[in-house]
Design a protein around this ligand. Structure first.
Ligand SMILES: Cc1cc2nc3c(=O)[nH]c(=O)nc-3n(C[C@H](O)[C@H](O)[C@H](O)COP(=O)(O)OP(=O)(O)OC[C@H]3O[C@@H](n4cnc5c(N)ncnc54)[C@H](O)[C@@H]3O)c2cc1C
Length: 244
């Protein structure tokens, strides 16, 4: 749930699929940048291990640790929307769903989305989430600026256009380089998609796959086990499709 974090302080934490669990010594939930800075600094000085966690949804339990963990669930504000540049600046504790709701009010949307929207923006960006769409880059490619609280250097601000090499290292950092505490994301205009669902055989998919992913903005396959049938779902820009 929004702002409620994932448990902790001697309580066990289990990931969404129930495949990984941990019992952190302590789960920190800073409410301000200053609190986060003091925490990361102290842990670094005292050699204490600290793992950032989002909503602990990852099926591989990548965020879980029996040492200390830090959740930004209390740092979840949408800080600014620049309608002209179509960019949003957000604190990583915000859920993807709530961010999309705020963007929709301003006629904007994230360019790429996963099949769920319960992730925290921090977890969503740091693992490079993606939906379908062969020509749509994964979400970390839409980040233009990040503020990262690092153990050694304190608060670091990196911009893709100013320091592309450092940015590339941090943009999909799996929480290994520090705690992302702010991100500015390039959005696109909100648009409607038209969905078509049909079935093909596995053979037909093999023959048509290259064409399908070229022709459609989004293509999704659901193979029905023990059958030869594959449910194909395509999505295309409604306004463009209407003009064909
Ligand atoms: C049912 C289901 C469907 C899914 N569908 C898709 C899909 O369609 N496409 C897709 O790409 N993924 C999908 N996922 C995976 C999901 O997008 C990722 O696991 C995502 O990381 C979960 O976000 P989270 O907030 O729970 O992050 P967590 O699992 O808590 O953390 C993920 C990683 O991010 C790091 N992290 C989190 N917050 C921060 C921060 N503030 N600073 C630095 N590092 C941080 C953690 O250390 C960890 O390495 C799905 C997951 C589920 C359970």
């Amino acid at each position: 749930e929004e702002g409620e974090g994932v448990g902790g302080d001697g309580e066990g934490i289990v990931n969404w699929s129930g495949t990984h669990a941990c019992t952190p010594v302590k789960l920190h939930e800073p409410e301000t940048l200053e609190e986060l800075e003091a925490l990361v600094k102290k842990c670094h000085e005292q050699g204490r291990k600290l793992r950032p966690v989002g909503n602990a949804l990852s099926p591989n339990g990548i965020a879980l640790s029996d040492h200390e963990m830090v959740s930004l669930a209390m740092m979840d504000k949408v800080l600014a929307v620049n309608k002209r540049k179509r960019q949003v600046t957000v604190q990583p504790g915000c859920s993807v769903g709530r961010l999309c709701g705020e963007l929709r009010k301003r006629g904007l949307v994230l360019e790429n989305l996963a099949s769920i929207a319960e992730q925290q923006v921090g977890g969503f960006l740091q693992i490079g989430a993606h939906g379908t769409g062969a020509a749509i880059p994964p979400v970390e490619m839409q980040v233009v600026e990040m503020k990262v609280m690092t153990p050694g250097e304190g608060l670091v601000t990196v911009r893709r256009d100013e320091d592309p090499e450092t940015f590339r290292m941090l943009q999909c950092g799996l929480g290994m380089f520090g705690v992302v505490c702010e991100a500015t994301i390039q959005c696109v205009r909100a648009h409607k998609l038209l969905e078509h669902t049909f079935t093909l055989s596995k053979d037909q998919i093999q023959k048509q796959h290259a064409d399908l992913i070229k022709k459609h903005k989004h293509v999704r396959y659901h193979w029905i086990p023990y059958t030869d049938d594959v449910v194909v779902t395509t999505c295309d820009d409604y306004t463009l499709w209407n003009r064909l």
